[in-house]
Design a protein around this ligand. Structure first.
Ligand code: MG
Length: 185
């Protein structure tokens, strides 16, 4: 498989993970979620989960199984976040390595294509998920409301480089709009 294909998310949310709805998951026949933690669920500058995030997790269960799989090696940070969301977790995953991701999916007892890997980064989250044949969802980083939004330099470089490799990063909302426009014309 080419690099472009391996880095291509199946869905580009164009928004934070809080906008990933049960309807979208149903549409794609997703029954399990593997979630990245840093910047996907919680800004790196924060250690607490927001009430909105807790509500979002609750809105998914019990029909959707959820695991946290983080590259972060801080047991204190990741276990605390996982506990506040009442979710199982794996840390030090070394994504794009497949090993820990496979472990999480195996625990769900679901086929890879029915589990979505959701993250903010192309070269770790999306690449790892695609290597396993999971459904991959790219989200916008979670922003700390108390801070002026900083640039995500590494992420921006990944986006730029992926587009050179042929990855298309048009948000799905825009694609839906284009389809609606086409139907009307
Ligand atoms: Mg991340």
């Amino acid at each position: 498989m080419s690099w472009g294909k391996l880095l291509q998310p199946d869905l580009i949310l164009g928004d934070s993970i809080l906008n990933l709805t049960s309807e979208i998951l149903q549409q794609h026949n997703i029954r399990g979620l593997v979630l990245d933690v840093d910047e996907t669920l919680v800004p790196i500058s924060m250690s607490e989960t927001s009430p909105e995030l807790q509500q979002w997790i609750q809105s998914l269960s019990p029909s959707i199984q959820v695991w946290l799989v983080s590259n972060n090696i801080s047991q204190m940070r990741i276990s605390r976040i996982a506990k506040s969301l009442n979710l199982p977790y794996i840390l030090g995953a070394r994504k794009p390595s497949r090993r820990k991701l496979r472990q999480a999916v195996d625990s769900m007892g679901l086929p890879f294509e029915q589990v979505a890997m959701v993250g903010d980064r192309l070269f770790t989250d999306v690449l790892a998920g695609n290597r396993l044949g999971m459904f991959t969802i790219l989200v916008e980083p979670m922003v700390n409301p108390a801070k002026i939004q900083k640039r995500y330099l590494l992420r921006d470089i990944e986006v730029w480089f992926s587009q050179i490799l042929g990855v298309s990063l048009i948000p799905w909302q825009q694609i839906q709009q284009n389809i609606t426009d086409l139907d009307r014309s």
